[in-house]
Design a protein around this ligand. Sequence first.
Ligand SMILES: Cc1ncc(COP(=O)(O)O)c(C=O)c1O
Length: 362
Amino acid sequence: MAVPLFDTRTPLAPLREALAAKAVEVLDAGNYILGPEVAAFERELAGYLGAPAALGVANGTDALVLALRAMGVGPADDVVVPSFTFYASAEAIALIGANPVFCDIDPVTYCVTPDTVRAALTPQTKVVMAVHLFGNIAPVAEIEALGVPVLEDAAQAAGSRTADGRHAGALGSAATFSFFPSKNLGAFGDGGAIATADEALAETVAMLRFHGSRDKVTFELVGHNSRLDELQAALLRLELPLLDAWCDGRRAAAAHYAEAGLAELARLPEPIDGCDPAWHLYVIRHERADELAAALTATGIGCKAYYRVPLHRQAAMRPWSEVELPGTDEAARTHLAIPMSPVLTREQAAAVVAAVRDADLG
Ligand SMILES: Cc1ncc(COP(=O)(O)O)c(C=O)c1O
């Protein structure tokens, strides 16, 4: 049985007619930038997260750039960031002239720990960027207890909850989301958001996304043109009420893998501190990950090594590459994403596990 790495279309099928009708409504309304749909989506997203404010922006990368700037990060400041994450996490820091200071992760959870962050702090550290990688939830409160504000990169963690029921994205000083189509909450193009409880920070983000202006005629900051499109916001509003059910589907998929005996064949990702991750990607570890990938691919099972070269070893990050990160190196060498989606069935999970077993790689 062939199983795709992810499935963005099947979960959307029940919404097809509503999405089409909404798209026509927005086209007819003729209000395409920062209109009522964006305002409503921002209210609804904030309500869902339990965060006082959410602001839509053009994508998850811009969300990081604007949030960092609104948190006061500028040239020559240090921002602690994991090396085992998508490139945008560190790129956003370098883009505003600050220094990404790479810290290690725990390869069992793929996230930073208070100890790995502590080891990377410098007198110039302005912010710690805690990435909730693959849907796991980095320990934000413990990191803030070190005395530095935390920016949550929650691009991969929409719908993940802590053990006490709080949402990823409502834990730190600010948080960012990506609505890239394959994300847990995916748009039909690019989109992103910033959530925060800090009113002044929200006000600065609102200015930064519109050229540093409050009123569109006077300009207080050198800003950006970074808005969530009205059309994307309108469609995301229809999806948001389904997000929890989709996340439950992701959790069920992880349970199917466990029931089928995957833990006997590979190391499984572990939730941090009893949290309930909405696994965006389901990423196992295996000593012979590339051979396993070749065997799975040959049987039609989708799989991918997302971060085989961690960020501190990427060419563009050379100025900040002088660090030893053993947990990162181990995760980079051994990780492999296997199929995950809200609609992954027990039979599909069993087929994936059978293919891992048949690969017979020990
Ligand atoms: C961890 C992480 N941070 C940031 C981003 C950037 O989001 P976007 O692609 O919407 O710019 C992504 C998305 O791919 C991501 O996975």
